[in-house]
Design a protein. Sequence first.
Length: 136
Amino acid sequence: MIAFLICAVSLAAFIQLLSAYCRSILSSSRGVELSDRVRELAGFDSNQLGAGDFGRLLQLVHLCPERGDDHGEIRAVGVYYTALRTLQRATGSLVPRIAAWSARECERCSYFAAVALDRRISYSRDLFMQQMGSRA
């Protein structure tokens, strides 16, 4: 019984810590303006992204070379997004306020994925320019 209680408290603390970490990542990416090339590549006219765009944007992120410093953040936000979508489905008709909050958080996750894509495209472009400069 004590072991179960310790496990439950540890799991609750982990979920709270993961949520705070992901929300801080999402807040820091919110102030970043998306470039025109990301909007064009992803097919968006404005900065408004839908909650369901996260998966497609994440696939595009994984197509770009890794920068090395954003892998952990992308993975953590992916776990957070999955948990939010599960929460949204579970509370959709029962508690509409929680479902609406989780939908807004999923949109923030999508925006983060677009910012990560923009950073990786810039990194790929810089790598290409370095390689071209070293050949000349």
